[in-house]
Design a protein around this ligand. Sequence first.
Ligand code: ADP
Ligand code: MG
Length: 355
Amino acid sequence: MSLAPGSTIGIVGGGQLGRMLATAAARLGYRCHIYAPDESPPAADVAAAFTRGAYDDLEALETFGGAIDVATYEFENVDPHAMAFLSRHARLRPSVFSLDISRYRPNEKEAAAKLGGACADWRLIDTADGLDRAVAAVGTPAILKTCAFGYDGKGQARVDSPAEAGAAWAAIGQTVAILERRIDFLAEFSILLCRASDGGIVYWDVPENVHRDGILHRSTVPAGAAVRAQIAPARALSAKVAEMLDHVGVLTLEFFATPEGPLFNEMAPRVHNSGHWTVEGSVTSQFENHVRAVCGLPLGSTALTGSRVEMENLIGGEADGWSAILADPAAHLHLYGKGEARPGRKMGHVTRVFR
Ligand code: ADP
Ligand code: MG
């Protein structure tokens, strides 16, 4: 199936990822229809249509499915059952399977391990007994992470010593979680790939990612030597994951570079913050290639447009510095049109491409 320009792409989720997808789609002549529960989501400002509905409102999803030619999602914290229902009313790319695996930490880690990937040691916790057993097995320092709904370091608590485990589990609401060994990594990086509907895979250059307080701060391409040495095995694993999922669209896998090789952390079945630099830093951005894949079109070149690219997030009040950023003629400023600049909220980003 290939969908001609002029067709309508439905996007579940209305955040900045949907906004940048819709912008890329519009450039290719597609219309986007956003589905989200929010009153005025950032993506709706740049889309042809917007339906406000809960992610589990089956009636609204059915109507939405009837109004679009293909559906995708920019947010994975949605109920897979609702997306399975939507997929009966519109072709969904990537599939519910990709969503199901990547929205739940134990699923993604088990999937990676089955395909030969290594992860930081982890255990599932769903009872207080389980917590004690996990601490004994994993050791400290460790991190507790909720199995689902986590992003930007939310739903996580540090466990520096076994005595802290109970309080840490209470801090994340005693919900089903994993305890994961804390890794003293050399660097963090992500594999950004796009798999076309015919199974062909393209990769972007690998960004080295620096986080602050669990939130991505900066992505730099090319990555440093420690990361570059681990790209080949990380890409090989990523390709296996994409094929196992029969994934169509962008898929992102986050890794820790360690002296023993890459450790898989988590994956996202979608465009990713660590790929925002591709808008100006590569011939075809992650957003455009995702649109192309979803519409069954050939993918564009992922070649770099410069020798070095740097993307920095604007978190909370940092976006207030927009006029100083614009004073730098080399800076590409992106603001997401979010009203309130709450601390920790991603308000925009800035990309610089060096020739
Ligand atoms: P999120 O879904 O919030 O992105 P992550 O598991 O990617 O969750 O954690 C966010 C960040 O926290 C990571 O990018 C990394 O900087 C840090 N982190 C997470 N897990 C570990 C770990 N096991 N060891 C060291 N740092 C970690
Ligand atoms: Mg992450």
